[in-house]
Write a protein that binds this ligand. Structure first.
Ligand code: BG6
Length: 473
């Protein structure tokens, strides 16, 4: 029942959600710094101005991670800290900050796993069209190279992008992330294609540098399953997976797009502009991509919409991941089911769906190296006599690690697991109320850190290499 010695037990965070210090030491403004100023865009209008002040407390936080026995820490670099306006001068203080984080990790033997883009785009680039502007591709590749050159001697795992579907979908369809645009499928597909091109070009640049590390990207992995065997709903399942899985993985792993989706984009006038040199970059980069990261929280249960799709007014509330929305193209809707379990935020809890999804992915793409780069339970943790008793989180992570082990035993090539999150942090749309961490942050008392029950539990799981997980009998 043990995980192999090379399997990495880790946990993850993202810069905007923990650092704070949004204008310190030369950092430029990001699209998020601006977006959160619009009333109602975030829960209780929370901002990342202070977050959990990791910028000043990173030593304490990494010391706690080391005490927990973390083997690897996934964190992101804030692009506007490195290149404040997106394209110009490099900010040495930004480089220094991440050097300190990396060195601190390494001093404890923690493997740094670095995400280059976890949604905070330099504001200047957003103003010029963000990911719909092809100039952002070049800007990203330049930024990526700066990071490879500054950190690549010690960082051997780079993730280019985190969850393209989320920042592009929320950015251009739901209006819930910057730039806050609604119902613009053409822009959405253009943005996703530009991101894939930026990924491909960054992979090529990375391999050219011969730093002998691994590079890949992370997607949110929400496999779609039909609510029943009805032929229409089964159609919805395939359709949803073509748009939600194949559109996102094919260009990275195969270097081209799924014909099924291309045909629909053509018919509906949503085809993005794809330059020949971008096509070439995608083809050349695909075999050089070392892994894919999967952020798994929940599957999506789908049912075909027959007739006119109902109109749902976009809002922060219906963009927070709970089922109940029609798909952007009006072909199906996501639904909650009576026989499933859900979190307080309406996300389905389904380790079974995880295993089924991983099997599906193996069928589609064969023996691809994967890391689970996020997985965790968002909850309002109970505090009993001063102790954070996050037993539901322990159960959640236990069951999902058991699912990972099962998939590995079936031949899925998974090399590591990163719980979301290492420490309580700012949820983009749910503020501080929704907690994910092993480490509690006391917002009433000076942001004091405190170990949760799950902290001790995860430590014991890492120590036993998973042998002490609660496996079903
Ligand atoms: C992932 C993101 O989509 O989900 C994280 O990569 C995010 O940044 C996590 O925090 C959980 O989402 P939420 O909305 O529950 O905070």
């Amino acid at each position: 029942m043990k995980f192999s010695n090379s399997f990495l037990f880790g946990a993850a965070t993202a810069a905007y959600q923990i650092e704070g210090a949004i204008d310190k030491d030369g950092k430029g403004p990001s699209n998020w710094d601006e977006f959160v100023k619009i009333p109602g865009k975030t829960f209780e209008n929370t901002t990342g101005e202070l977050a959990v002040d990791h910028y000043h407390r990173y030593k304490e936080d990494i010391r706690l991670m080391a005490e927990m026995g973390l083997e690897s820490y996934r964190f992101s670099i804030a692009w506007p800290r490195i290149i404040p306006n997106g394209t110009g001068e490099v900010n040495q203080k930004g480089i220094d900050f991440y050097n300190s984080i990396i060195d601190e990790c390494l001093s404890y033997g923690i493997v740094p796993f670095v995400t280059l883009y976890h949604w905070d785009l330099p504001l200047e680039l957003e103003k010029q069209g963000g990911w719909t502007n092809k100039a952002t591709i070049d800007a990203f590749v330049h930024y990526a190279k700066v990071c490879f050159e500054a950190f690549g001697d010690r960082v051997k795992h780079f993730i280019t992008f985190n969850e393209t579907v989320v920042f592009c979908g929320h950015g251009y369809l739901a209006g819930a992330h910057p730039p806050g645009i609604k119902d613009e499928p053409k822009l959405y597909f253009q943005a996703t294609h530009n991101v894939f091109s930026a990924h491909a070009k960054a992979v090529l640049a990375y391999k050219e540098l011969k730093q002998y590390g691994d590079i890949g990207l992370s997607h949110v992995f929400s496999p779609a399953f039909s609510v029943d065997d009805n032929v229409e709903n089964k159609w919805a399942e395939r359709h949803a997976n073509q748009f939600g899985i194949n559109w996102y993985y094919d260009p990275i792993l195969k270097g081209n797009y799924p014909d099924y989706v291309l045909k629909i984009l053509e018919d509906r006038g949503w085809m993005p502009e794809i330059l020949e040199e971008e096509r070439l970059a995608l083809t050349q980069a695909a075999p050089l991509n070392d892994f894919i990261g999967l952020n798994y929280y929940q599957p999506v249960r789908v049912e075909r919409i027959l007739g006119q799709a109902e109109h749902v007014e976009h809002s922060r509330e219906n963009a927070t991941g709970a089922p109940g929305n029609p798909s952007f193209d009006g072909e199906y809707r996501s639904v909650s089911m009576k026989d499933k379990r859900y979190t307080k935020w309406g996300w389905e809890i389904s380790p079974e769906g995880f295993v089924d999804g991983l099997r599906l992915l193996k069928d589609y793409y064969g023996d691809v190296t994967m890391y689970i780069t996020e997985n965790g339970l968002g909850d309002e943790d109970p505090i009993i006599e001063g102790e954070v008793c996050d037993i539901p989180r322990i159960n959640f992570i236990n069951d999902h690690l058991v699912a990972v082990k099962k998939a590995i035993d079936e031949g899925v090539n998974i090399q590591g697991y990163y719980a979301w999150s290492a420490i309580d942090l700012l949820s983009w749309l749910n503020g501080y109320k929704k907690q994910y961490g092993f480490i509690y942050v006391d917002h009433q008392h000076n942001l004091d850190r405190k170990k949760k029950a799950s902290f001790h539990w995860y430590k014991s799981i890492i120590e036993s290499r998973g042998e002490t997980l609660n496996y079903p009998t």
